[in-house]
Write a protein that binds this ligand. Sequence first.
Ligand code: AHG
Ligand code: MN
Ligand code: MN
Length: 338
Amino acid sequence: MSKPNQTLGEFIIENQTAFKYTSGELSRLLNSIRLAAKVVNHEVNKAGLVDIIGNAGETNIQGEDQQKLDVYANDKFIQTLTKRNIVCGIASEEEDDFIAINSQDENNQNKYVVLIDPLDGSSNIDVNVSVGTIFSIYRRVTPIGTPVKIEDFLQKGSAQVAAGYVVYGTSTMLVYTTGHGVNGFTLNPAIGSYYLSHPDMKFPEDGNIYSVNEGNYSHFPIGIKKYIKYCQEEEGDRPYTSRYIGSLVSDFHRNMIKGGIYMYPKSSKNPNGKLRLLYECNPMAFLAEQANGKASDGYTRIMDIEPSELHERAPFICGSKNMVEKAEEFMRNADSEF
Ligand code: AHG
Ligand code: MN
Ligand code: MN
């Protein structure tokens, strides 16, 4: 399927027929994300040069300060997807409620909704560390040509049609899946094209990297504490290496390439962890499973969780299959939760 020097645009068109609903609508949607990501990339790269860093003075629904680039990225993705009339609805980390697009227009025959974390890892911007964008795509469940409803967004991860991320790192990459494996494209900034650089990405079954914010250790469940001790033990291929960037996208990307596990577990302070189910955990879980990895909340498959709120959080343990299964084993076998 993959050819040398293939661009993302060519790849999307050529693989359109492998997709069961081949109206071209999903291809147009992926193309819009590719375009918006280029614009955001340009702005992210300038973050150290212009006075764009810092709080925009607003607080999002989770009560967190918004960085200016969060707002910028949010606007760019929403504008691109709205102006080109590509989708029927958008939900974003930075918007309290979902956005219905042309909802009065019976001619809006678009089938897809997008959920997005426009800028992930935004606390890393002002220190020149990689950030990302995460997206998740579903077919609407309410009738086409009517305004979208909350149930179009509150779907289980297993219903995702496509998902992916952009990592604005040492190079900018777009990595996505439509349920036929995971492919990674690297942006050539001189030309403005993304080239297929990482065809058919797979998590190694085992790994030796664990990624967790150990500052929260004392609040973690017993099972996670024991698993962290297991990672640090001198035995066989252990101790593992600890690597934590604090940008989910970058931590996930590294672990997928090298083999590793990312954990943002529940804690006695935050019973559902920190990450958002619909636009952080589910898309990453879809990518992980498509790349032979695994994603769990410690007990349950992430993509089997029935969502009840747009901005709900879920504990997230994701990465190389054998590592995630080992962490789940520690969770199952713990005498008590905390
Ligand atoms: P966002 O910037 O979209 O709010 O997401 C930040 C997330 C995630 O990217 C990262 O892994 C995690 O928060 C880091 O949290 P801690 O600083 O608590 O470790
Ligand atoms: Mn995020
Ligand atoms: Mn964000």
